[in-house]
Design a protein around this ligand. Sequence first.
Ligand code: FES
Length: 164
Amino acid sequence: MKPRMNTDKNASRDHLWLQHMSKHIVATVNEIPVGGRKLVEIEGRSIGVFNLGGEFFALKSRCPHQGGPLCEGKVGSLVEADVPGAYTLSRPGEMLRCPWHSWEFDIRTGQSWWHPARMRVAQYPVTVEDGAALESAGWQKGPYVAETFRVEVNQQYLLVEINP
Ligand code: FES
């Protein structure tokens, strides 16, 4: 994404966009270990939440190629080669391969490795919130949605934001 200048027009547009975002509690932090993932359904959307070295990323589980269940695919390393046959592996566990036709996507950016400039999978912002903060924010009545969770004060939770 291109960096933008922070103008009043941008701030106003961001405010309008954020007004339409809704946060959903999808897991406790401990539920998704490093290298792990959890598939969730939010308002009819299938979303994969991934833990890369303690950072969390959420991707739409619908491949932009032909709609395959992308987030059910295998994760692996980035494979690069300067010359044929001499490849290197890096960033283990950060590339996601679609189970249908093996297109690969960068979990951190959603970018396709086949056509980085034009093809990417949708991403959703993920935040980590303390149970105490959620409770004091009055999440039951506010914009937070907890479909299946009883929020406990002494836990940390992952929230995914979607635009309904
Ligand atoms: S549907 Fe994902 S690679 Fe074809």
